[in-house]
Design a protein around this ligand. Structure first.
Ligand code: FMN
Length: 215
């Protein structure tokens, strides 16, 4: 797979909304087209963790996100929970890749069992059946046997699980560094180039190692 042109990003109501928002920012900065979905629980978590009010109306949400992350015209589209006319609902017009970040155990379980009961679950189901990249960033602790079973089922079905588990070997100095570590691993999965932090072994071979840091 080359770098995906269009990425579906779903925000669900797990802790870790800073990961999802930073990922959205990076995808737009990398000139990807983004189709954004969010659950009602994601709206609650966004308010709690980031003091961000995501409007209930997709059109209004698109305006808020486009303004916040300076998206170009046509670069960002937001679809409602039951907008079955959205392109992501069908295998005839899927995105090149999809990420659920952060991903709740509820949404993860629903995807693992093919429920397709809302647009997020359906879009993920489409990615699996069309054998396109589906990356999940699930957050819960501790994990039950049900959670672990569902994750294994998803990996067997072709999904990639990227737990938000930042490494400390790059000596993070801020919460933003920890967030970027996780977002970098997701972008790596999507083959989207980035400079979110140094890569292991890079300093020794390349004195001009990529510095970390935010725009
Ligand atoms: C502040 C907050 C944090 C939450 N954190 C998690 C979490 O880390 N993991 C999880 O699976 N559910 C978490 N939940 C519960 C989910 O939001 C809840 O199960 C919801 O029904 C999930 O719906 P969704 O999958 O459609 O977003 C949290 C809820 C709130 C309000």
């Amino acid at each position: 797979m080359g770098a995906p042109h269009t990425v579906t990003l779903a925000l669900t109501g797990a802790s870790g909304m800073p990961y999802g928002l930073r990922l959205l920012e990076c995808l737009l900065a990398a000139e990807r087209r983004v189709w954004l979905l969010y659950s009602p629980a994601a709206q609650i978590v966004a308010k709690q963790e980031c003091d961000l009010a995501i409007p209930a109306q997709p059109r209004e949400a698109a305006r808020v996100f486009a303004e916040r992350f300076r998206a170009r015209d046509g670069q960002l589209a937001v679809f409602g929970r039951e907008d079955w006319m959205a392109p992501v609902a069908s295998g005839s017009n899927p995105a090149d890749a999809m990420v659920v970040c952060p991903c709740t155990m509820g949404t993860l379980g629903a995807i693992a069992h093919g429920l397709a009961d809302n647009l997020i679950e359906r879009a993920a189901d489409v990615m699996l059946k069309e054998r396109r990249p589906l990356v999940l960033v699930p957050r819960e602790t501790p994990l039950s046997a049900i959670h672990l079973d569902n994750m294994l089922k998803l990996v067997h079905a072709g999904a990639t699980i990227v737990p938000p588990a930042p490494g400390f070997y790059a000596r993070p100095r801020s919460v933003e560094d920890l967030v970027d570590f996780v977002v970098a691993r997701v972008l790596d999965q999507l083959k989207v180039a980035h400079n979110l932090g140094p890569r292991w072994g890079k300093e020794r071979s390349d004195p001009g190692a990529i510095p970390g840091g935010r725009a």
